[in-house]
Design a protein around this ligand. Structure first.
Ligand SMILES: NC(=O)c1ccc[n+]([C@@H]2O[C@H](COP(=O)([O-])OP(=O)(O)OC[C@H]3O[C@@H](n4cnc5c(N)ncnc54)[C@H](OP(=O)(O)O)[C@@H]3O)[C@@H](O)[C@H]2O)c1
Length: 351
């Protein structure tokens, strides 16, 4: 008898949100719906080359808000009725791909579901070595770590002594960036949304400054520190966008770089206000570059090797926030990211 159940739960897109995600499943405006679906229970039910993965954890990412928008982007939007796209990690339980066997641990685009049928070839590239932490492959060894690494080194082009501002600094990507910039010998001004986060950034991650953007005197303190104490900014690793980015534009050194990774402050906003201080970039010859981590896919092994070493020797710290409610709780957990309830990488435990 197969230990694989006949049916599984999964979460599909029900209605595109116009502002924030409508969590829960009862309201007629709910963004997502729960579904029960059949699971393949023997190899003969799989296509040649596919594997069935029992999903253990799924990732929760701000980018998911963008995937719900019916707009031109770097990936097609998730369609109504489709399983919500998500990175995940899990165990191969059926295989019709010769490079993977039952019991292998892999990461891949599993979606918000308990079992995912995936192309073996893609999973083989993301096979998790035995004994390694699965969660790390959603955090520092997954797309967050890759985003931090390529964004700060290749796009931000940091060098020792640079003054680097990191927004969203206590999140999954930001907390890696803070540490990578410190390892490179930069002065780091970390910006995050609570005293607790700022304490972690200063005491554990060794940011030179950690500023709470919700504090009433934030903008004056930020300006004083960035311009007077550190002599203006060389590099911004931008996760948040909006007003903080706008004000930062007035504090840049000539030739400064902005690694434009994300703009979470405006993802739920149907009418973002935009940048008003953008002309300062002309006078300061600033280079602002958006980037998408997937463009570095061919070079992932280079970053993974270095990050794995730094994790092993204790130079890199990581935190995970396991969302309440498992798979069912994913829509609410996604909203929680927009409320800053996480420190480090937000994930949900599925199986
Ligand atoms: N370009 C790429 O390829 C790529 C890849 C991965 C991620 N990203 C982007 O990187 C950024 C961080 O992603 P992540 O996965 O590491 O998420 P995360 O930082 O772990 O979680 C999101 C954080 O954003 C902050 N936030 C939410 N609303 C905010 C607001 N209105 N103003 C300021 N901060 C706000 C919250 O922290 P606070 O408590 O500090 O507010 C929250 O914890 C996102 O913008 C994401 O889209 C881009």
């Amino acid at each position: 008898m197969s230990s694989i159940p006949e049916n599984q739960s999964r979460i599909v897109l029900r209605k595109r949100p116009t502002t924030g995600i409508v969590a829960g499943y009862e309201s007629e405006d709910a963004t997502f719906a729960k579904e029960v679906a059949k699971v393949p229970r023997s190899e003969s039910e799989l296509k040649e080359g596919d594997v069935l993965v029992k999903v253990e954890y799924v990732s929760l990412d701000p980018a998911m808000r963008g995937w719900l928008r019916d707009a031109r982007s770097y990936l097609p939007p998730v369609q109504i009725g489709e399983v919500m796209r998500a990175g995940g990690v899990g165990t191969v339980v059926l295989s019709r791909f010769e490079g993977l066997s039952k019991g292998d641990k892999v990461s891949g685009i599993t979606g918000w579901q308990e079992y995912a049928t995936l192309p073996g070839k893609a999973c083989e590239k993301r096979k998790i070595p035995p004994g390694c932490s699965l969660l790390d492959y959603l955090g520092p060894l997954g797309s967050s770590g890759q985003t931090a690494y390529w964004g700060i080194f290749d796009v931000g082009r940091i060098k020792s002594g640079d003054v680097v501002v990191v927004t969203g600094a206590a999140g999954s990507v930001g907390s890696m960036v803070v540490q990578l910039a410190k390892m490179k010998g930069c002065k780091v001004i970390a910006i995050a949304g609570s005293e607790e986060k700022c304490k972690w950034l200063k005491e554990s991650l060794k940011a030179d400054e950690a500023l709470d953007y919700k504090a009433p005197d934030f903008f004056s303190t930020y300006r004083e520190i960035a311009t007077k104490k550190y002599g203006y900014i060389d590099v911004i690793f931008e996760n948040v966008g909006g007003e903080v980015l706008d004000r930062s534009l007035l504090m840049l050194k000539p030739g400064a770089r902005i690694a434009f990774c994300g703009a979470i402050s405006d993802y739920n906003n149907p009418k973002p206000k935009g940048l008003t201080n953008y002309q300062a970039m002309i006078a300061m010859r600033v280079k602002l570059q958006g980037f998408i981590v997937f463009d570095y896919q061919k070079r992932y092994p280079e970053a993974e090797k270095e990050i794995a070493e730094w994790l092993r020797d204790g130079r890199l710290e990581r935190k995970f926030h396991i969302a309440q409610g498992g798979l069912e709780g994913c829509p609410q957990a996604l909203n929680d990211l927009f409320e800053g309830k996480n420190i480090g990488k937000m994930v949900a435990k599925v199986n």
